[in-house]
Ligand binder design. Structure first.
Ligand code: LLP
Length: 414
């Protein structure tokens, strides 16, 4: 079991608040922020939190108090970030396929826009000549733990291909826009410093001739090891390959005092989250043992859509002998699994399992599919004695039905 999650403390959460429940550890989030700051020390650094990974207000406040900014990609995220107390100048708005309405909203709030389409840049210039803007480039190098999460390269819908920089320049000049930042985000779950460097290098080349830049934003994408045999990102290599050359580059760049921005999501919160669920059905069929739980792909969709690996731990039988299971959910689809052919400490009906590394893209991608309630959410403050705090109560089936009917019929009878 990964530190600092102690089985007893998690079992206590399950007993107190029931299951399914997401649990977030303050200590782990702070540790990850510290790690990143330590490894990137020496750079004029700004960290934005990619709140799409997990927009729990408790985590957002923690990020805010740690001095991070926000990468917001929708009007909803923007609104939540502002209401959680992030000042507009610490938010970057990077909506994909941005509408006029979204553009005016973000600009009106005093937030810097990150624009990844030439037509949008043109519209922005026409609407707000002379405004500051950041441009998202496609460095034509993409990477990620699955093809669904690669966000640059030949086939990507994101960003302006770096080869079209002249057109960017022309639009910017036509409207007197002030290009203050260049951005890229090549994908998610990257564990190779070499691959990251390939893309960073392209952005550095692109930025070489611009004066007046305040920052370069290298995106998120830093991976974490999900599988026991996966090595974490090698930050010594990262230092050699990326941090040191970046420092040299900044010293020579025509834009003086330029900062380096990173906007990680997963790296900061994935390991901080655990999904607690109870096994309610054990069955053997065709020689396989299925452990059926009270959660499912509606709560953690990553295994279903990316074949993602999440470690499992039987909190109720930590010393039990290892046996092989398909650990599955309660949703009516065969993609609904947490693990296949996985060795877990012997599972009995009633046992509580912990799904590890579930803090990123777990709750934020959850749905009410099959009209099942969302999980509860609980915050574990740092310090072993601090009591867990309930962040979100699980709705009862009656409340689920009421909310659904109220939203779909505006409260009126059919
Ligand atoms: N910046 C931009 C513009 C992004 O699109 C993303 C993630 C990030 C930053 C943060 O990336 P991170 O540091 O978390 O890798 N649902 C997938 C991940 C999709 C990521 C989408 N964009 C998953 O569960 O693996």
């Amino acid at each position: 079991m990964k530190q600092p999650f102690e089985p007893e403390r998690l079992l206590h959460v399950a007993r107190t608040f029931g299951t399914p429940t997401y649990v977030y550890s303050e200590a782990v989030v702070r540790r990850q922020i510290d790690r990143l700051r330590t490894h990137l020390a020496g750079l004029p650094l700004r960290l934005l939190y990619a709140m799409k990974a997990n927009a729990s207000p408790a985590l957002l406040r923690l990020m805010r108090d740690e001095g991070l900014g926000i990468d917001a990609v929708s009007p909803g995220e923007l609104e939540v970030a502002l209401r959680t107390g992030f000042p507009p100048d610490r938010i970057l708005f990077s909506a994909n396929n941005m509408t006029d309405e979204e553009m005016h909203l973000a600009h009106g709030k005093g937030v810097l826009l990150n624009i990844g389409e030439l037509s949008r840049l043109e519209r922005y210039g026409r609407a707000y000549p002379g405004a500051e803007v950041c441009v998202r480039l496609n460095p034509q190098v993409g990477a990620g733990h699955h093809e669904h999460v690669i966000t640059a390269g030949e086939r990507s819908k994101f960003g302006i291909p770096v080869a079209r920089l002249d057109e960017v320049r022309a639009v910017v000049a036509r409207h007197g826009l002030r290009l203050v930042g260049l951005h890229q985000h090549i994908g998610s779950g990257i564990l190779s410093a070499e691959v990251l460097w390939q893309a960073v290098r392209v952005l550095l080349d692109a930025a070489r001739s611009f004066s007046g830049l305040r920052f370069l934003n290298f995106g998120g994408g830093l991976g974490i090891p999900y599988r026991p045999d996966e090595a974490p990102l090698d930050f010594d290599r990262f230092q050699q390959l990326i941090v040191d050359p970046l420092r040299a580059y900044l010293a020579e760049h025509p834009s003086k005092g330029m900062a380096c921005w990173f906007e990680p999501g997963r790296f900061l919160v994935a390991e901080a989250g655990v999904l607690l669920m109870r096994v309610n059905t054990l069955k053997e069929a065709n020689g396989r043992w299925f452990a059926g739980t009270d959660s499912g792909m509606s709560h953690l969709v990553r295994p279903a859509i990316y074949g993602a690996y999440h470690a499992l731990f039987n909190l109720s039988n930590p010393a039990g002998p290892l046996r092989t299971y398909d650990v599955v959910g309660n949703i009516c689809e065969s993609a609904d699994h947490f693990a296949r052919d996985r060795e877990v400490q012997e599972i009995r009906e009633g046992d509580v399992l912990a799904v590890l590394d579930a803090g990123a893209y777990g709750m934020s991608m959850a749905s009410h599919y099959n009209l099942r309630a969302l999980p509860a959410e609980v915050f574990l403050p740092a310090g072993p004695e601090a009591p867990p705090v309930l962040l979100r109560r699980r709705r009862t089936p009656q409340e689920v039905a009421e909310a659904w009917l109220a939203e779909t019929t505006a409260g009126t009878a059919p």
